[in-house]
Design a protein around this ligand. Structure first.
Ligand code: PBG
Length: 333
């Protein structure tokens, strides 16, 4: 596009900013509740709410309360909820078998939500970090994160989630070849309509810290995730990963974290035109909340502005812990 404009004073940009009505008419992008996926943390038991200290306003919820949360989200116009389990340490094993137990916390929650709040889309996390004591997304032998063996385990996990009724599988593990393997297994098992939202460009980021507290993995994590998550310095690699995952059968792709990687969001959307999501991760949420609690910025305005930025960058939607708060803020204008 070649912008054409007359020189000042024939063109005055302030004319269309003069009133709220003029600004609304000329607004280029919009943020609505329909753009949001709400990540929620699950814990065992009933009537349990466990606040996450590093994420003010976020709590782990037991199944009954997650079903209530799903109903609240639906009523607010939020189309999807994404489940992350806090796994009891006694269920963690080197082989991560709990990950594909049909009765694990996630699979029970999927069934409960799909029975009681069928209209909301349920997304899952496909990765092994909640299920082993070392906090890695894959199987570990002698300090090495195994790729192909992990993919086999992830396929089992994905099939169990699809069987439980998940609408969207979210492989967040960054192993090579997992999208193709999952897609083939889903087709073979008759789960033709289960969607995959691939964490395609996921960076080895310091902004995941509070999340690891929430799922009980932070004390556990040995080392870092740099042999499978991306180097934050890389750009072209993100495009190659997205191309690879789309070619293997991903329906939607994600860039993660969000705000420090808006350039990647914009390039991915421009290059492929696929449904593109950003994950505004726990550390991004914590920064805005902490500054707001200190009175250093207006938390509600910063929340809305940070999420609008993803739409401007070309994203179709955002995973955000602010989902219900922003849906309410948008409703009240
Ligand atoms: C792990 C996973 C992580 C997040 C989602 N899935 C953390 C990690 O890779 O260590 C981070 C989400 C957030 O920080 O909000 N499979």
């Amino acid at each position: 596009m070649q912008p054409v404009q007359a020189p000042y004073p024939l063109t005055r940009f302030r004319r269309v900013r003069r009133t709220a009505a003029m600004r609304a008419l000329t607004q280029e992008t919009t943020l609505t509740a329909a753009d949001l996926i709400w990540p929620v943390f699950l814990c065992d038991g009933t009537a349990q709410r466990q606040p996450v200290a590093s994420m003010p306003g976020v709590e782990r919820k037991s199944l009954d309360l997650v079903v209530e949360a799903a109903a609240e989200a639906r009523d607010l116009g939020i189309p999807a909820i994404c489940l992350f389990p806090y796994t009891d340490p006694s269920l963690k094993t080197p082989g991560c078998e709990e990950a594909w137990n049909p009765e694990n916390l996630t699979n029970r929650a999927i069934r409960a939500i799909k029975t009681q709040v069928p209209d909301i889309a349920v997304m899952t996390d496909v990765a092994l970090d909640p299920y082993n004591a070392h906090g890695h997304d894959g199987l570990v032998v002698d300090g090495i994160i195994l790729n192909d063996e992990t993919v086999e385990a992830l396929v089992r996990m994905a099939l169990a989630q699809a069987e439980a009724g998940a609408d969207i599988l979210g492989p967040s593990d960054m192993m090579d070849g997992r999208i193709g393997a999952m897609r083939a297994a889903l087709e073979a098992a008759g789960h033709k309509d289960t969607a995959i939202l691939s964490y395609a460009a996921k960076y080895a980021s310091a902004f995941y810290g509070p999340f690891r507290d929430a799922v009980g993995a932070s004390g556990a994590l040995k080392g870092d995730k740099k042999t499978y998550q991306m180097n934050p310095a890389n750009r072209d690699e993100a495009l190659r990963l997205v191309a690879r995952d789309l070619a293997e059968g991903a329906d939607m792709v994600m860039v993660k974290p969000g705000m420090p990687y808006l350039d990647i969001c914009a390039r991915v959307k421009e290059a492929f035109g696929a449904p593109t999501f950003a994950y505004q991760v726990s550390g991004e949420y914590a920064m805005i909340k902490a500054a707001a609690q200190n009175g250093w910025l207006d938390g509600e305005k910063a929340m809305v502005e940070s999420l609008m930025a993803f739409k401007r960058a070309g994203c179709d939607g955002i995973l955000t812990y602010f989902a219900p708060a922003v849906a309410k803020a948008l409703r009240h204008g």
